[in-house]
Design a protein around this ligand. Structure first.
Ligand code: GLN
Length: 303
């Protein structure tokens, strides 16, 4: 398949729509300043072929895409014990919602809503320097140094009232082992990591290769664990729009409010799209359209 031509075609098709609809995330001031009219796409196949188009090598704030890597580290470090304090069901609620936490005794529905990622981060903070470990993990996966945007991290910390509430709520139920400030410090830094579509297409490669590292082939996760991450991406990876994603795109995806979305075609390739303007659930509007075009044109889907 001519992936390079295909990605260029998708960008050319969508470019006239840039800046017309959707809104850049505005609840984090440093993200509200990002120009909306950008669109990037990149992929890497299991054989190592790469392609990118538009702004595919521009770095952006990965935001909730980091939750994928937090989960992978949590699975690697804790195995089955990870699931003691976290569920595996879609929440059907916005990613930063507090409502279910009360009735469900401080146990988040899944690792991809904010409360879930904060709970997994707590377990990581108990084991090692979670900020440094995450950067080392991502740098190894994409074979390039990965860094945190300190301005975004500070902006999140200054305005993260809901996340502070979520963490305190879980702490009140005895579900966090560490101090709220330590856990949130790591969580905000993970969200504020900057990467490009191409770097994310590389870094997620282990999810299309049954857990094997995209460059070295070493097992990052077991085959079973990698499949489970994909299952959770399909059911919970795009907030309360996961049903719409399965319906329109048909691939396991994980999105972030920076406008990035990663998608996995098991045994074939990993793909990342980025465009900062979001729809109402917090998913990239043109990113969703780009993924829909990609699956329509290639026929690639898990269904
Ligand atoms: N840093 C963001 C937050 O905690 C991440 C949310 C997201 O990308 N959905 O609110």
């Amino acid at each position: 398949m001519q992936f390079q031509l295909l990605l260029e075609d998708i960008v050319a098709t969508l470019r006239p729509q840039l800046g017309l609809a959707g809104q850049v995330a505005n609840y984090i001031p440093a993200l509200a300043r990002v120009p909306a009219a950008q669109l990037g796409i990149a992929l890497r196949t299991c054989d190592g072929e790469e392609a990118h188009a538009g702004d595919g090598t521009t770095q952006f704030s990965i935001q909730s895409i980091s939750k994928l890597f937090t989960l992978a580290l949590g699975m690697r470090e804790l195995g089955e014990a990870l699931w003691e304090r976290i569920g595996r069901e879609p929440s059907g609620n916005p990613f930063n919602s507090l409502v279910q936490l009360e009735s469900e005794h401080g146990i988040p529905r899944n690792p991809f809503i904010n409360a879930g990622a904060i709970a997994v981060t707590d377990r990581l903070v108990s084991r090692f320097d979670a900020r440094a470990e995450m950067l080392a993990f991502l740098s190894s996966l994409c074979q390039e140094p990965v860094v945190v945007d300190q301005e975004v991290a500070a902006s999140e910390a200054a305005t993260g009232f809901r996340n502070i509430a979520l963490a305190n709520f879980m702490k009140s139920f005895g579900r966090l082992d560490n101090e709220v400030t330590a856990v949130l410090g790591a969580y905000f830094h993970h969200c504020a990591i900057r990467m490009s579509c191409l770097q994310l297409a590389r870094a997620t490669g282990f999810l299309s290769r049954d857990g094997a590292h995209p460059f070295t082939g070493a097992q990052v996760l077991t085959e079973r664990q990698a499949r489970r991450v994909n299952a959770l991406m399909l059911t919970c990876g795009t907030y309360d729009a996961a049903g719409e994603f399965a319906f329109r795109i048909g691939l396991p995806c994980k999105s972030g409010v920076g406008g990035g979305i990663v998608a996995v075609v098991p045994d074939r390739l990993t793909l990342c799209v980025w465009s900062p303007a979001l729809e109402h659930s917090g998913n990239s509007l043109l990113g969703m359209k780009a993924l829909e075009l990609f699956t329509a044109k290639t026929g690639l889907s898990i269904f």
